[in-house]
Design a protein around this ligand. Structure first.
Ligand code: ADP
Ligand code: MG
Length: 343
């Protein structure tokens, strides 16, 4: 390394930083089927594969305890990890939970956190099998590792989409982002005037999207019940645009997305208009929706059409064609991926 050289993290961004730090990582074990680069890693056992994913949540970066109840936070911390296991078309089985805590937290507060963790484990039939507890000078850090199982022929990766495949998404998008905007606004109002009660009554849907998201176990179960295999899959943690870029980048393809087909809930649309935000921007770049983005062969069109909570939003194309959005007014735009900027 050159002496005195100092590159800011900001210059690389989150994904640039990860690939920079891991570019020379090689695998030594034949049992490592998939290392860095997908929603989860895959380890070959005698029969099934073990699928592993880990995520860290940091106070002040990923959550704000001013409006994130600890119980919901515990629930969400588990869910974001399970979502990565489901994105591999695998079934989560165990988690480990590591926390760094300052003396600001009481035992009762941490009990609440664990109530949420337990509720998510119960809902997804996952076992909490270990972890680590340490102190921090300031703030709460939660790191969870999730393990899952799946036979080789059933696992879905990010790098296996093919031109001609249909691009599909579950649920609706942008809700978590608008929920966050709402909570941020109410927090500011509260800080300026603590006598005003937050006005969140009618916003259960959006608030739930950000504070208590769900991982799409139902979708993966549906695939398994029908012995159906998407050609590729990724979960939407950073926003639709960013995940389409990951999928296309790894599959070496382009994509065309139809704006009219991007699912956006009425509640999201209304709140976006209130905030003078384009609902499309919330859906494309908002993030934290934890829906699944997947591709299927063209002949499986009717299978997706029959699914209760999935939409076909576009098509995978040749790499030379790039990644574009076909807008409602008929124009073609280059898709921009922003994702979350933590740095
Ligand atoms: P996701 O959004 O699905 O959680 P990430 O964007 O966090 O995925 O990570 C992409 C890939 O890079 C994953 O395979 C992940 O395990 C790997 N990765 C992320 N951070 C690191 C790190 N600090 N060292 C090694 N691998 C990492
Ligand atoms: Mg993921």
């Amino acid at each position: 390394m050159e002496q005195n050289k100092r590159t800011s993290i900001e210059k690389l961004g989150e994904f640039g930083l990860i690939s920079h730090l891991t570019q020379s990582v090689v695998t030594h074990q034949p049992t490592t089927v998939k290392g860095i680069g997908d929603d989860a890693a895959v380890i070959k056992n005698k029969e099934d594969n073990t699928v592993i994913s880990t995520d860290m949540l940091v106070e002040g970066i990923h959550f704000d305890l001013a409006y994130h109840p600890l119980k919901h936070l515990g629930y969400k911390a588990v869910i974001v990890n399970l979502s990565d296991i489901y994105a591999m078309n695998a079934i989560p089985t165990q988690i480990t939970v590591s926390i760094a805590i300052s003396n600001r937290f009481s035992v009762e507060a941490l009990e609440e956190l664990y109530d949420g963790i337990r509720a998510a484990c119960d809902a997804h039939q996952v076992d909490l099998i270990g972890g680590d507890t340490t102190s921090s000078l300031k703030g709460l850090i939660i790191s969870i590792t999730a393990l899952g199982q799946g036979p080789s022929e059933r696992l879905t990766y990010r790098n296996t989409a093919k031109p001609g495949d249909l691009l599909c998404v579950t649920g609706d998008l942008g809700g978590a982002y608008m929920g966050l905007q709402l909570l941020e606004r109410e927090k500011q109002i509260f800080l300026e005037n603590p006598d005003i009660k937050p006005d969140l009554e009618d916003q259960t849907y959006l608030v739930q999207r950000i504070l208590k998201p769900e991982a799409r176990k139902d979708i993966v179960n549906h695939f398994h019940q029908h012995e159906f295999m998407p050609t590729s899959m990724i979960d939407i943690s950073d926003g639709l645009a960013s995940e389409i870029f990951h999928l296309c980048d790894q599959s070496k393809t382009g994509a065309i997305v139809e704006e009219v087909n991007i699912p956006i809930a009425k509640e999201t649309e209304t709140m976006a208009f209130n905030f003078r935000i384009d609902p499309l921007v919330a859906a494309l770049n908002g993030g934290e929706d934890y829906e699944l983005l997947f591709t299927v062969k063209k002949e499986d069109h009717s299978f997706v059409m029959k699914m209760v909570d999935a939409s076909i939003i576009g098509e995978i194309v040749e790499p030379e064609q790039g990644i574009h959005l076909h807008s409602k007014n008929g124009k073609i735009h280059k898709l921009q991926a922003q994702g979350w900027k933590h740095f």
